[in-house]
Design a protein around this ligand. Structure first.
Ligand code: S3P
Length: 165
């Protein structure tokens, strides 16, 4: 099963807890990118640009989706941009979209080191990206959960019930 959604929705925190509840391995696409390239997300953005990062991201997603053991995958916010990634997600089991208003996300992402896109004007960027991506998250999602007023523990339990733990 896969968690998608904007930066700051808690995909990694929820995903780790959910993986414990479902007794499945947890995979985080940003961590996979960092492990396979030996560079941080920020370094890749700075040295090679966003397009190069997106290529690494697509590779990490394909590897994660192709695993034979069912896992809980926290897919980085931008994976839905690439139509090939969206096609992969369609065959990747249950996809849950975690969502919240940009104002809520802006509060949550303060201090995030792996989010170079939010270096300047985080709220403005989150508003724009949310607007641009909403239709894409909707396209891949089987379920939508608004995380604005619920903590990660509650979200993880809600999803565990959805996927039938
Ligand atoms: C991005 C989300 C980040 C990271 C990179 C770009 C995006 O991951 O991959 O900063 O374009 O939404 P998280 O969604 O895990 O924060």
């Amino acid at each position: 099963m896969v968690l998608v959604g904007m930066m700051g929705t808690g995909k990694s925190t929820v995903g780790q807890r959910l993986a414990e509840l479902l007794e499945r391995p947890f995979v985080d696409s940003d961590e996979q990118v960092e492990a396979s390239t030996g560079r941080t997300v920020r370094e890749i953005f700075e040295a090679e640009g966003e397009a190069a990062f997106r290529r690494c991201e697509a590779k990490a997603l394909a590897e994660a989706v192709g695993r034979s053991t069912p896992s809980v995958l926290a897919a980085a916010g931008g994976v839905v941009l690439d139509p090939a990634n969206r096609a992969l997600l369609a065959g990747a089991g249950t996809v849950v979209w975690l969502t919240a208003r940009p104002e809520v996300l802006a509060e949550r992402v303060k201090g995030g080191e792996h989010r170079p896109l939010l270096a300047d004007d985080p709220l403005g960027v989150l508003r724009r990206l949310s607007r641009e991506r909403e239709v894409l998250y909707r396209e891949v999602a089987d379920h939508v959960i608004d995380v604005a007023t619920v903590d990660a523990e509650a979200v993880a339990h809600q999803i565990a019930e959805l996927v039938g733990s």
